[in-house]
Design a protein around this ligand. Structure first.
Ligand code: F6R
Length: 610
């Protein structure tokens, strides 16, 4: 996720771009840049935040047209050469999204003589635009070239672009990444979201997929891909600035929960080869022979990432036949792990900076293990120290409680397990295809859960005054129970324990009373009957049972007091869906208790100390 802005008008462009970028900083903040246009085209960029960009700008910039970008790296580390805007002989581009076929386009453009300065996917857009503008000696305008260019792009994009021959326009295009036009009194704006220009105008036009257009100082034109001029309605924003930053959501956590259909899609973009029944994992620097001969994998992680790791263990063992241990990073480093060079260590860390996880990965390396990092932050410490890095591409997460990065970690683990399972011959192409189809269904299924969140809210409010909660699940739903309990305790301050359902009778059952809600993850699968027995055990102790179950399950109503539904789904992928339900349960419980949801007491987003 990145933030883009374009401005054309009567005011000086640079201060407007900078202020807009500050408002968009929540979308990404590892590097930033602007291009402004007067008699020449001037580009300034730097690693870091917008405040760092301000430092490198000249005191006075005379220009009324410009584009800007604040970056959350997906391809290429946070370095100045990878920061946007990207340039190609007088054409400048900022982009939010992922170009999936960029390697293929890059090869073609290099063949045509273009030189690349960055490791980004975006740079292909600007060279392709330049090429299309000048192809065959017939020069065409930027807008026409943009229409031509986006036909060649696969993936997601919101693009703003300008060129030195067209000094009073910014050209834009959109597919699967947000883009909105602001209609101002003294100029017009194109931005990733309304926050960028809300100070100047509340009149907006939302751009839809496959639309292109241009803003001028006193005109806005929007076209479809065939060049037909579109008439689009102007809407008036009713939010204030603070609400707008959260896209109208009350908290970042809620916004991030709602972003999961998109963040999951970004995480698997370009990787799922449904027809072949394979997963593309170019980032994994292990050849087929090494994967075939892997004897053991060890997952190290903390907190939510550790919970994701438990699912990883089950997936690697079932789909890839690799014995897998899951270790709490803070414990692993002080134990006496028995490791050898034929093994793989997988460090899962959203931030890439968790001190305990870094130390555990270093320790594994010292035994000669190959290390793979699964992280959301490009250029973070773990990425510099691991042999292979797989990015989760969930975009920046501001709320302290991990939500969209957790589900992105799960998706990455599914993909890694399928990839290794196919190479090792543990699953067939047909089995892999079936899983891939079900992974691809997840964004739509999550959307369905989100559209019916009212029931989860009611349930949360009903039990918000309880002191203790239990979460139980079996097999793949065990990590879901752990994560559900962790979410609830960290943001609502209710004591919550996640348990493997079969373990309850070995002690915790003593704590179950009519005052203890028990959340049972009872989705369809081969442990369904077992969890029903566990539900009966707690019901016999008068507990209130909140079941998470599939929509087509009528049986569960006989046993549970409240049923929270997920769509009918494959046993293997249902943990992602149940996790979303439990994130919402925690969120609405904390909301009912008026807790500080985005910044819970005593907690920090990234724990860089031991
Ligand atoms: C809980 C949460 C923490 C983190 C943990 C590890 O919502 O966010 O439990 O999961 O601190 O952080 P990373 O994944 O950055 O290593």
């Amino acid at each position: 996720m990145c933030g883009i802005i374009g401005y054309v008008g009567k005011e000086p462009a640079a201060p407007i771009l900078l202020e807009s970028l500050k408002r968009l900083e929540y979308r990404g903040y590892d590097s930033a840049g602007i291009t402004v246009l007067n008699s020449t085209i001037e580009t300034y960029k730097t690693v870091g935040r917008i405040a760092d960009l301000e430092v490198v700008l000249p005191a006075e910039i005379i220009a009324n047209v410009g584009i800007g970008h604040t970056r959350w790296a997906t391809h290429g580390k946070p370095e100045t050469r990878n920061a946007h805007p990207h340039l190609s002989s007088g054409v400048s581009v900022v982009h939010n999204g992922i170009i999936e076929n960029y390697l293929e386009l890059k090869e073609r453009l290099i063949g045509l003589g273009y030189e690349f300065e960055s490791d980004t996917d975006t740079e292909v857009i600007v060279h392709l635009l330049h090429y299309n503008m000048n192809n065959g000696g017939n020069s065409i305008d930027l807008l026409t070239a943009m229409r031509k260019t986006i036909r060649e792009l696969e993936g997601s994009y919101a693009i703003a672009s300008l060129c030195c021959n067209e000094p009073d326009s910014v050209v834009f295009a959109r597919k699967d990444s947000p883009l909105v036009i602001g209609i101002g009194e003294t100029g017009n704006y194109a931005a990733s979201d309304v926050t960028a220009f809300l100070k100047h105008t509340k009149n907006v036009i939302y751009i839809s997929d496959h639309e292109v257009g241009c803003i001028h100082p006193d005109a806005i034109r929007i076209y479809d891909l065939d060049g037909n001029l579109l008439e689009k309605p102007t809407e008036v924003i009713e939010w204030d600035l603070e609400a707008a930053e959260k896209s109208g959501y009350e908290h970042f956590m809620l916004k991030e929960i709602h972003e999961q259909p998109t963040s999951i899609q970004s995480t698997f973009a370009g990787k799922l080869m449904e027809l072949e029944g394979t997963v593309k994992m170019d980032e994994l620097y292990l050849n087929h022979e090494q994967i075939k001969h892997l004897r053991r994998a060890t997952i190290v992680a903390c907190g939510t990432s550790w919970n994701a790791g438990i699912l990883g263990k089950y997936l690697f063992e079932k789909l890839a036949g690799i014995h897998t241990d899951i270790e709490t990073a803070s414990e692993f480093r002080y134990g006496n792990p028995v490791l050898c060079g034929e093994e793989l260590t997988i460090a899962i860390t959203q931030s890439g900076e968790t001190a305990d996880t870094l130390a555990a990965a270093r320790s594994s390396k010292s035994y000669g293990c190959r290390t793979v990092a699964i992280t959301n932050v490009v250029g973070s410490t773990i990425t510099r120290e691991s042999d292979s890095v797989i990015y989760t591409r969930a975009g920046p997460e501001i709320g302290v409680a991990a939500t969209k990065t957790f589900t992105a970690q799960l998706i990455t683990l599914y993909m890694l397990a399928i990839h290794m399972g196919r190479i090792r011959g543990v699953i067939t192409a047909d089995e892999a295809k079936n899983l891939i189809v079900n992974l691809k269904r997840l964004p739509g299924q999550i959307q369905r859960i989100l559209s019916r969140k009212e029931k989860i809210k009611e349930c949360a409010e009903q039990f918000a005054d309880k002191r203790d909660y239990f979460f139980i699940g079996r097999y793949l739903n065990y990590p879901v129970a752990l994560e559900g309990a962790l979410k609830l305790k960290e943001i609502s301050y209710i004591h919550a324990e996640g348990y493997a359902a079969g373990e309850l009778k070995h002690g915790p059952l003593a704590l179950i009373t009519e005052e203890t809600p028990v959340v049972a993850i009872a989705t369809k699968g081969h442990t369904y009957d077992k969890i029903l027995s566990n539900i009966k055990e707690v019901k016999a102790r008068n507990a209130v049972v909140i079941a998470v179950a599939n929509e087509d399950d009528k049986e569960i109503e006989k046993y549970a007091d409240v049923v929270l539904r997920i769509p009918a789904s494959h046993e293997m992928t249902s943990p992602v869906l149940s996790s979303v339900v439990l994130q919402l349960l925690a969120y609405y419980t904390a909301l009912a208790k008026d807790c500080s949801i985005d910044k819970p007491r005593n907690l920090a987003k990234s724990v860089t100390v031991e």
